[in-house]
Design a protein around this ligand. Structure first.
Ligand SMILES: Cc1ncc(COP(=O)(O)O)c(C=O)c1O
Length: 398
């Protein structure tokens, strides 16, 4: 196959100019080349999909659920999603008009941003945050605006938000929240959610609240932003993290009916619908007692792993952001060691074959931090702590 005629490449969609593949993937590809490397770099549960959920997908295949369905997902699956949101977070969504099942949380976020953004709009984001948001905003010709939350323990305060709204003026269209957070593992309690909602209520801003890790909170029940301000919230959830189904690609997008009408158009134009076997599997995950128990079992494991890693890293001198949800530890590099987080991660992986992610890739506030994903077996975590201990001991400041 010959290369593209060069002159054709000059005037493609300029919103993509300068965009790069996710830096985590680039580092991961580099790290993977190292023989014997141990990777705690990806946000990917290590559990298998529970058997009863697999069976639901198999049943859909053997009963020939092979035809186009409604673009927002089959009614029974939308009902399961609505029941899940009601049961777990006391949220009231009409499955016929206020819920769309998407191709992972990612496509839901994409459809939300496609729907609401015009070129030149700004989207506020507490930072550090999940790097995909930046790219999804930019491909819509809009501008991400980061609010550095390091000084407030990685939780956005009402004062920080108000300041950013005042500073950026009428161009601000939306706020993109994510809690429990990737990369920090920090989450918001009910009072913190309410404090942010009280600021947003006075504005015409839309909040996109990515709560994909809501089932993985360890110290207090999750408080959804949609519980405080449903009329201004577009909510994202899904089964990727709660049921270790990242490769199955089912997300839940929910919001007020008139906004969701537009979101559903974006979703339908992009993908027509999510895939049938995965949709039926998600219904099984979301609506059955067995599905609930799966999550609780995984959560109990994550708590043990978190406690182990936090204790070990604290002993080594890392200062760790309050690790209350998701499956990440966000740790400040101890004084005296390489302070550039990118250099630190490359040095660690080259010398001791442990791959962790540099915090600065997640935006302002992440500099000098590293992210460790504890969605890995206890054996791997023990080995990781051995390698990290060796690195810390062997590179002691003079
Ligand atoms: C905060 C956050 N949102 C969304 C996603 C993507 O979720 P999905 O795999 O369901 O598209 C991830 C995946 O790591 C994430 O960390």
């Amino acid at each position: 196959m010959p290369n593209t005629k060069p002159s054709l490449l000059k005037d493609l969609n300029h919103n993509y100019d300068g965009l790069q593949p996710n830096p985590i993937r680039i580092f991961d590809a580099e790290a993977s080349k190292i023989d014997g490397v141990l990777k705690l770099s990806l946000g990917e549960p290590d559990f298998n999909v529970p058997e009863h959920i697999k069976q639901a997908a198999i049943n859909a295949i053997t009963t020939n659920q092979s035809h186009y369905g409604p673009s927002n997902g089959w009614p029974v699956v939308r009902q399961a999603a609505a029941d899940f949101l009601k049961d777990r977070y006391n949220l009231d969504y009409n499955p016929d008009t206020e819920i769309a099942l998407t191709v992972g949380a990612t496509e839901g976020l994409h459809s939300f941003l496609d729907t609401i953004l015009n070129p030149g709009d700004k989207v506020l984001m507490p930072s550090p945050t999940f790097s995909l948001y930046d790219q999804l905003i930019r491909i819509n010709g809009a501008e991400p605006v980061y609010i550095n939350t390091e000084s407030s323990g990685f939780v956005l305060t009402p004062e920080q938000l108000q300041h950013a709204i005042d500073e950026n003026g009428a161009a601000v269209k939306a706020i993109l929240l994510n809690f429990p957070s990737n990369p920090t593992g920090v989450t918001y309690n009910a009072a913190q959610v309410k404090a942010i909602a009280d600021v947003v209520r006075k504005t015409d801003l839309i909040v996109i609240s990515d709560e994909i890790y809501s089932e993985l909170t360890y110290d207090a029940p999750h408080a959804s932003f949609a519980g405080e301000l449903p009329e201004q919230t577009l909510l994202i959830n899904g089964v990727s993290k709660s049921h270790a189904m990242t490769g199955w690609r089912i997300g839940i997008a929910a919001g007020p009916a008139d906004l969701m009408k537009r979101v559903s158009l974006a979703h339908a134009f992009n993908v027509t619908s999510a895939s049938n076997p995965e949709l039926y599997a998600a219904a099984e995950a979301l609506s059955t007692e067995a599905g609930r128990q799966d999550t609780l079992k995984m959560k109990a494991e994550y708590i043990k792993r978190r406690d182990f890693v936090v204790e070990a890293m604290t002993k080594l001198g890392f200062k760790i952001a309050n690790p209350s949800g998701a499956f990440y530890v966000f740790a400040k590099i101890p004084a005296g060691y390489i302070q550039d987080d990118n250099e630190f991660c490359y040095d660690l992986v080259r010398k001791n074959k442990l791959a962790l992610i540099a915090g600065s890739g997640f935006g302002p506030g992440g500099e000098h931090y590293i992210r460790l994903s504890y969605a890995a077996s206890m054996d791997d975590l023990k080995e990781a702590m051995k390698r990290l201990t060796a690195y810390i001991n062997e590179n002691k400041p003079a």
